[in-house]
Design a protein around this ligand. Structure first.
Ligand SMILES: [Zn+2]
Ligand SMILES: [Zn+2]
Length: 197
């Protein structure tokens, strides 16, 4: 493979945390599915009555379904005296399971010696996911991985500075600079609604 092309590709995409990015899509699909299933599928319904949604996911669901669907969901919970607690959420539970699989997969990709460096270098992580991965690796691999993350941090810093400096000449901002502000938030605290609450 043309290494230059790989690097160009890596540099052309907005650099999000690769786990947060995948979870965002999965979360959206799952929320669409669950809001439909919760009033129609008896197994999902009884699981939902036991667990409910956390504050964050309840409001997300409310914004993507109809008022009538929310009225049915509300009726179901209130009739069953099922009041959501921050410890339980059908959606958080599902996402935590997938997230754990992604962490395992990332650790494998980082530690398998046959992984190409270009693949490793393209794996970016927010600080919370970086911390979770570091718990599973050590020695030279951990050092190499930390150094890659430092490079990503420096690159993001450069993009953030470019974004701020070009406040009066917005058209000169490149794509990465344009998204740097919200990627900085993701870098620091992870994706919006990570781990619910
Ligand atoms: Zn992340
Ligand atoms: Zn939740």
């Amino acid at each position: 493979m043309d290494e230059g092309a790989v690097i160009r590709e890596i540099l052309s995409i907005p650099h999000r945390c690769c786990i947060c990015e995948r979870l965002d899509r999965i979360e959206f699909d799952y929320m669409c599915e669950i809001q439909y299933q919760v009033t129609r599928n008896d197994d999902v319904k009884s699981d939902f009555i036991k667990k409910g949604f956390c504050n964050y996911h309840f409001w997300c669901i409310a914004s993507l379904t109809t008022p009538e669907a929310i009225a049915s969901i509300g009726t179901m919970l209130i009739e069953n005296d099922s009041f959501p607690s921050t410890n339980n959420c059908l959606i958080c539970e599902y996402l935590k399971r997938i997230e754990a699989e992604f962490i395992d997969e990332s650790v494998k990709n980082i530690t398998v010696t046959t992984s190409e460096n270009a693949v490793r270098s393209a794996m970016r992580f927010c600080q919370p996911h970086f911390g979770l991965i570091m718990k599973h690796i050590n020695g030279e691999i951990a050092e190499y991985f930390s150094n890659i993350q430092k490079l990503h941090k420096e690159q993001l810093l450069g993009e953030l500075k470019g974004f701020v400096e070009k406040r009066d000449k917005r058209s000169e901002r490149n794509e990465n600079e344009g998204t740097s502000w919200w990627r900085a938030v993701e870098k620091l605290v992870g994706r919006k609604g990570m781990w619910g609450k």
